[in-house]
Design a protein around this ligand. Structure first.
Ligand code: KG4
Ligand code: ZN
Length: 388
């Protein structure tokens, strides 16, 4: 099956064209034919993501991403042969400024690729941004006459962590149920229990800020650019390398004794703010120390809650996904601690941690194998879609 994945849930515009075959238990192979991803830099100016700005950027970026994703694919048939009328396409894209014109130009230049399905993120995420991807997918499905599949973004983050690279292809072979996913990103912090393939139960989540959001806010307090996670991580690593101790800079470990698997990071952010205010002007070393103490705290809380869940639910495999799982320190301590417990720990490849369309094509494939296509008209954005 050749499948196109489209992702626009937040501030990354991404499209992946993949060829996938087999069942999970039998001869499964995933091959990326083309992959494109663009992070919207405009948001760095504001230190956060504005939904309508993101939407406009998606409308501008989608066709260029499609061109890149299909660059190595030969079309079949003639350029300009499309299965829908221009009027229909214009109606589908009525709310996506400038996208109809870009798409028509593309369709007139390029023949239809050999393609079996289009998968698109329907939630969770920023609804205006999600709609742009969904409407684009609907228009392409009409133009190429292919079926459409709606994908849960968080399922994408979960499943992509299972991919193992073998030469030019990916396989999935190495996991056991029950699985526990720790999904940590700019919008989510969730512990997800999976006892059966593609069935999920959220057993813990943040009561306020997401981990990535906390990284971004603390980075801002330290004068670092958005998104802040990678910058905090770099400073924290410098502190570790230079053995900068934390001295009297100590942060509370929130929610460790809450008796459940929930998280809370809003108080931690306030605690960092107090330390920042008390240490003005911040020297580079103090910034490194704060970054390290913050990262240690977050990593420790995430790990302790994960280990609690592992014990309670007799977990065999832990899966780490989402933007924050790119964090070196978190990857390191999870790998070490879970190895000690004899629990398999799967963390997605670095390029698949932040939002991408590989994960959407992958989740879309498995949903398609279950026959879960949606009538194009019924596909809607669902900002707070939960895993189930
Ligand atoms: O999954 P993602 O790309 O988008 C959402 O769905 O939110 O995650 C983005 C988040 C941002 O908050 C960013 O600061 C964080 O992931 N992030 C990191 C690192 N790389 C990205 N946080 C900590 N350490 C990193 N190395
Ligand atoms: Zn994400």
């Amino acid at each position: 099956m050749k499948i196109l994945g489209i992702e626009t849930s937040c501030d990354d515009t991404a499209i992946c064209f993949a060829e996938v075959q087999g069942e999970l238990e039998h001869d499964f192979k995933f091959r990326i034919l083309g992959n494109a991803q663009q992070s919207q830099v405009v948001h760095t100016l504001y230190g956060g993501v504005f939904p309508n700005l993101a939407k406009r950027e998606h409308a501008r970026n989608l066709v260029p991403m499609l061109e890149v994703a299909l660059r190595n694919t030969k079309g079949s048939g003639k350029a300009g042969e499309i299965a829908a009328s221009k009027e229909d396409l214009r109606n589908i894209l009525a709310r996506e400024s400038g996208l109809f014109e870009l798409l028509i130009q593309f369709l007139e230049k390029n023949a239809r690729p050999e393609i079996d399905a289009i998968a698109v993120t329907v939630g969770p995420g920023l609804e205006p941004a999600l709609w742009t991807g969904i409407n684009f997918a609907k228009a392409l499905c009409a133009a190429w006459s292919v079926p459409i599949i709606g994908v849960n973004h968080m399922e994408g983050h979960f499943l992509v962590s299972l991919l193992e690279k073998r030469d030019e292809e990916f396989q999935i072979s190495n996991f056991k149920f029950p699985m526990l996913g720790l999904l940590i990103s700019g919008g989510h912090t969730e512990l997800v229990l999976s006892r059966e393939w593609m069935k999920y139960e959220i057993i813990g989540e943040t009561r306020d800020d997401a981990v990535g959001e906390a990284f971004d806010k603390v980075a801002r307090m330290l004068g670092l650019p958005y998104p802040g996670g990678p910058h905090i991580s770099a400073l924290a690593e410098e502190a570790r390398k230079n053995q900068l101790g934390s001295g009297n800079i100590k942060l509370p470990r929130p929610m460790l004794h809450s008796g459940d698997l929930d998280f809370s990071f809003a108080g931690l952010k306030t605690a960092v703010k107090k330390i920042v205010d008390a240490n003005q002007p911040l020297t580079d070393d103090i910034k490194r120390i704060i970054a390290r103490e913050f990262e240690d705290t977050v990593a420790e809380v995430l790990l302790r809650k994960t280990l609690e869940a592992v014990e309670t639910h007799s977990i065999e495999t832990v899966v780490l996904g989402g933007g924050v799982s790119a964090n070196i320190h978190i990857r390191r301590i999870f790998t070490e601690a879970l190895a000690k417990e004899g629990v398999l720990c799967l963390i997605s490849e670095k390029n698949f941690t932040t939002d991408n369309a590989v994960m959407i094509a992958l989740a879309g494939y498995f949903r398609a194998r279950k026959g879960e296509f949606t009538a194009s008209v019924d596909l809607v954005a669902s900002g707070s879609l939960a895993l189930s």
